[in-house]
Ligand binder design. Structure first.
Ligand code: DAH
Length: 337
């Protein structure tokens, strides 16, 4: 029995607890009614009379040491906790877990890299804008519905201070300060007063592209878009242009890519059409160039705008736009470069 007590004594002296729960588990293991020390106390009755004295001393020593050690550990936790409730100073700093890039950052970077290879450089503009840069300079008529309170967030009821509804505003900012050749890509956040659903949010992200130089034509737009589609969705990708309308481009197009899931055969992703709509663009309207003091008889250009969330959702099979903004680590950790 003495050997058993000695072994326990050794164990108790070395015991460690990382937190209050672990400490409580140790207390129960050794000191509770059904614990190891109580069991020894019960066995003590059967110890031969001539050994009772020696065994009793060891047993008392064990009990005392255990109690002291538990008090000591408890105190160390209490001290840490009174310092600052939120910081666990006993916790190891290792391993340091590395974060992952957000899916929107990954897609934004990919788009910027692709156009970077075509010689486009990055331009940025403010999120809080004025009417001129978001609407008037881009040839939006006075009564265009996009200017309406229903779509645009105005700040302080001032119709001239608003959150940009698209990154096309950066086109104007750049053309006002630079003469062609201009070749820019403008990533950024935009805001629209829309009902939030699984596919729409009141803010999201776009990348705007603008190319203005001598003799830039619709054919250049087509080639740039085809290059982008192949780089982004794979070398087999085809593009399809459908006529559309934007006040700032003429002609305007809506651009589809062949479905990268079924390669055009038809599947749920492309709603069995074989095509997926990815962006809008066109040849820069002469009036827009004029508004920015660029001579439309000398220069021409193309522009387009891509929704980053839309591409990310297609590419990664994300079915709810809200997931992008919830900071849910389980979701975010799935994305790697
Ligand atoms: N600004 C448009 C939007 O928010 C997208 C767009 C369409 C941008 C055509 C362009 C363009 O530059 O030429 O939906």
């Amino acid at each position: 029995m003495i050997n058993k007590i000695k072994a326990l004594l050794q164990e108790v002296e070395n015991m460690k607890a990382a937190n209050a729960e672990e400490l409580e588990a140790l207390r129960i293991k050794y000191l509770s009614k059904k614990g190891e020390i109580s069991a020894l106390m019960n066995d003590f009755r059967n110890v031969a009379a001539d050994q009772k004295r020696e065994v009793g001393q060891f047993l008392n020593q064990l009990k005392e040491t255990t109690q002291n050690k538990i008090n000591e550990l408890k105190e160390s936790f209490d001290n840490v906790q009174t310092g600052n409730d939120d910081i666990d100073l006993t916790r190891t700093a290792y391993p340091v877990e590395l974060g992952t890039r957000h899916p929107l950052s990954l897609v934004k970077k990919e788009i910027c890299d692709i156009f970077g290879r075509l010689g486009f450089s990055i331009a940025e503009g403010p999120e809080i804008e004025d009417d001129w840069h978001v609407f008037s300079s881009l040839n939006f008529a006075e009564d265009h519905p996009a200017r309406d309170m229903q779509d645009t967030f105005f700040i302080q009821h001032n119709p001239d201070v608003l959150l940009r509804t698209h990154t096309s505003s950066v086109q104007t900012r750049v053309m006002e300060t630079q003469q062609p050749p201009i070749r820019i890509i403008c990533p950024g956040r935009v805001y629209r007063n829309e009902a939030i659903s699984y596919r729409a949010h009141c803010f999201f992200h776009q990348v705007e592209a603008l190319y203005v130089d001598k003799n830039v034509s619709f054919a250049d737009l087509k080639q740039a878009l085809l290059f982008f589609a192949k780089e982004m969705f794979g070398p087999e990708t085809k593009i399809r242009l459908r006529p559309s309308y934007f006040p700032f481009t003429e002609p305007s197009v809506e651009v589809d890519v062949s479905c990268f899931e079924c390669h055009g055969k038809g599947c749920p992703l492309c709603k069995h059409t074989g095509w997926i709509e990815v962006l809008g663009g066109g040849v820069v309207n002469r009036k827009v160039l004029e508004n920015c003091s660029i001579d439309p008889d000398e220069y021409s250009g193309f522009a387009f705008g891509i929704g980053i969330e839309r591409i990310a959702m297609l590419k990664y099979g994300i079915n709810n736009i809200g997931l992008m903004f919830e900071n849910n680590l389980q979701f975010l950790k799935q994305f790697h470069e």
